[in-house]
Design a protein around this ligand. Structure first.
Ligand SMILES: Nc1ncnc2c1ncn2[C@@H]1O[C@H](COP(=O)(O)OP(=O)(O)OP(=O)(O)O)[C@@H](O)[C@H]1O
Length: 228
């Protein structure tokens, strides 16, 4: 049964890398505005699940439907357009462009969507303020702390008002205080924009910011709200 009103639904995903089975029948669903934590031991398939849900990695079998569209049936071009316009991403190490200032990094997704520089940077500045790092807009990623860099990455993920934010261990490289603050700011910003958040983590303390948890073990998911 597919939960009613789901924004993103995956059913029975399988994916292997050579002889390693990464996903072995994983299913998932998320509603608009919901924050779902994907928990599980190292190597259990959490990142692979996130990559399949976001259309970055194609599953060998199974389906991923976003807003009623079958992601696996789209062309590469259609999938990347969808990722740019509907999804936002935060990874463990920010992955900011080192040559650009923090403001330019946050403005980048808007620039790629065709927004003019001045307007894009004005919106980026508002997001930096919202993430409480307004003062570092002119600095480059190498000149700011890990926690500040992750706030910039969160601002960049949210600047296009995506419907889903994929966060893969977003606090994995931070101390617990910075990590908690990044999680507070990420979930608060997602709630105000009604973005759904798929949060991959192995830390229960980080998962505590979610509305619901699913556990991945040996490539299989356990989601009490999802019954196939
Ligand atoms: N690109 C790849 N090439 C080869 N094997 C891979 C690749 N990506 C993942 N794997 C393997 O697939 C399995 C699942 O990996 P995945 O990264 O999804 O797990 P994870 O739960 O996110 O792990 P971690 O918590 O350590 O990040 C692991 O055995 C991993 O080694």
């Amino acid at each position: 049964m597919i939960p009613a009103g789901s924004l993103l639904v995956a059913e029975d995903l399988h994916k292997s890398y050579g002889r390693t089975t990464a996903l072995d029948g994983a299913s998932f669903s998320i509603h608009p505005g919901e924050v779902v934590a994907v928990l599980g031991p190292s190597g259990s398939g959490k990142s692979t699940l996130l990559h399949c849900l976001a259309g970055i990695v194609p599953p060998e079998s199974g389906t991923v439907r976003y807003a009623g569209r079958d992601l696996t049936a789209l062309t590469d071009r259609e999938r990347s357009a969808l990722r740019r316009t509907e999804f936002g991403f935060v990874f463990q190490f920010g992955q900011l462009v080192p040559e650009l200032t923090c403001t330019e990094n946050v403005a980048l997704p808007l620039r790629l969507a065709g927004v003019r520089r001045r307007a894009a940077e004005a919106t980026a500045a508002q997001w930096l303020e919202r993430l409480e790092v307004a003062g570092i807009g002119g600095q480059r990623p190498g000149e700011v702390s890990g926690g500040q860099g992750q706030r910039v990455a969160v601002a960049r993920a949210l600047v296009t008002s995506p419907r889903v934010v994929f966060a893969d261990e977003p606090t994995g490289a931070l101390d617990s205080y910075s990590g908690e603050r990044v999680m507070e700011l990420l979930t608060e910003a997602a709630r105000t924009t009604n973005a759904a958040v798929v949060l991959v983590t192995h830390e229960p303390r980080v998962a505590a910011y979610s509305d619901r948890e699913i556990v991945v073990r040996d490539g299989r998911t356990r989601d009490p709200d999802y019954a196939l």
